[in-house]
Design a protein around this ligand. Sequence first.
Ligand code: GCU
Length: 687
Amino acid sequence: WLPADRWQDPERIERWRPLLERIEARMELRPEGPGASALQELVGGIKMLTGLSPSLTLKAGSPLLILGSPESAARSSGEWNTLPLAEEAYVLRIKMADEDGNQACPKAEYAILRGGSERGLLYGVFALLRLMGTQPHGPRESDIAEAPRNPLRMIDQWDNMDGSVERGYSGGSIFYRDNRILPESDRIIGYARLLASVGINAISVNNVNVHREETKLITSSLLPDVKRLSDIFGRYGIRMFLSANYAAPLELGGLDTADPLNEDVKQWWRRKAEEIYAAVPELGGFVVKADSENRPGPFTYGRDHADGANLLADALAPYGGTVMWRCFVYDCHQDWRDRSTDRARAAYDHFRDLDGRFRDNVILQIKNGPMDFQVREPVSPLFGAMPQTNQVMEFQIAQEYTGQQRDVCFLVPQWKKSLDFDTFLNGAGSTVKQIAAGKVHPFTRSGVAAVSNIGDDDNWTGHHLAQANLFGFGRLAWNPDLESDVIAAEWSALTFGVDTPAAKFVEELLLESWPVYESYTAPLGVGWMVQPHYHYAVDVDGYEYSKWGTYHFADRTGIGVDRTMATGTGYVGQYAAENRDIYESPAECPDELLLFFHHVPYTHVLKSGKTVIQHIYDSRFEGAEKVERWIARWRELESEADHERFLHILRRLEGQAENAKQWRDVVNTYFYRKSGIPDERERMLYA
Ligand code: GCU
């Protein structure tokens, strides 16, 4: 991503030069290990950015790199050199030349990079390249010590073996075609590099909906290819997982049951695990979607999710494997006439009471919100509510409900909102990010996972700017305290050059984009209103009379879902008292979630001072106008970006403007017709 042409400023290179010409590496170099990748990335990165080819000396020792003069570096003293490091940690010291009196134009003298392991070193190398790409005036003297906050930082591919990608908005799969695993390619290697560059350490390579062909990924005919893929990721310190089909004993084993308590079933999975790990000893384990959206699971046999997850966990345990068991379990055959069933309650109701029953190598994977990756949802009350059960939070980088990589929607601020949320489940400070980091409950495995947004499109992500979401997820998974603007600025600078007008505008646009997307789509947390199945274009009642449990309940007087304990579905009761009290009361509930928790009249006055109906009208007009303003500004920057990217982004923004206009007019007209209340500002509504 580093744009060499933007970087090759001779003055800047001069300042970095002492670090770029000579590298001494101390490590036991294994040809397929992350240490070798670290060296390759460093040398290749320097060459790409500066045209320089550093000389490389290799010595035995712990993972350590010295850039610049080893004689000077040898003088570097203090605990810096001996500090014990966690496996994925690194320390980086950049020392400026003492004799250089010119502070405005300082020069580097040497840099020392130590990794807690080869992987730590690899992360350190990428951090150094990122510094080179983002520091406008050359290196500043710096001592950086970093370790990832989340033990597990995982990406989930929803790729199918026929080459399609479920909820994929950037072309086909880079891994499969025609029910085969593709050979090693620059694309796959490039993906491993992209992910490692932001600290991702695990990937699941097939869709959670495991169909017939993918079920066979754990059979002898495909395991050699699985091993090949795993080796590619292994070079970059990324552990590979497979999504497994809970019904595999039936589909592959010829058994007539998948009952988790049946001895034959247990035996079948044990043998299967033995076979899998003989072929792919480093496999991370399985991701499992069971009893969810018509996928098979333990419910069929009258068993619960602990029984189901433990069956697989016991089979994988001898090999150090982990089961990521998803909690996206709800009734997808709901009767819309039934107002007492609430999909939002489902994960908590199914899982909460199973706390303590899961094996140590099970991790429950919980979507960030209780519904399904909407533009705005509260945090899932299940997260943190099972102190004795490992958990990861699942996000969606693919923009299924947030513009499908046609509309810009930078999701880092949305994810931060979840990560910063205080659950109060173990007193104040029990934030999601602390729980995910394993700091609140005694989790042995935890972290964050996210559904990928990449495909085989030239630019990887359909919309060029959607790359910022992949980058941003990795950066946040590494350090959830990073601010959204810092991440947006890093990505923009690395992509459009340091301090360029294009980079500055893109940074601004990214930061505005989530609120803007929200402002023209479903209002105040109510969600959906999208075309069924496709989930992009507006259809206010698309899901209103469906079986999916996704309703807004708009009538002539009001809108919203009553999830209160007093008069609604009782969902609010799943939160700790501190949050419960806020959500239960329409006066206290934050505006942006009002309609998620309450059914209120259109004339209800928000904290903003506006009525709900006026808010609906105003924000939809503002959102659509904002997109028009982005287009005007982007046009002014034509000479600032390369033509291809300029045009691509322009076309996407124009498409977004059309989409926003359609949402605006459909939503506003719909609510005008329902409520009969006119817009105070008398703008165009289609009566
Ligand atoms: C959403 C999405 C599905 C996906 C599911 C899941 O419902 O639309 O395509 O399979 O989430 O997370 O399992």
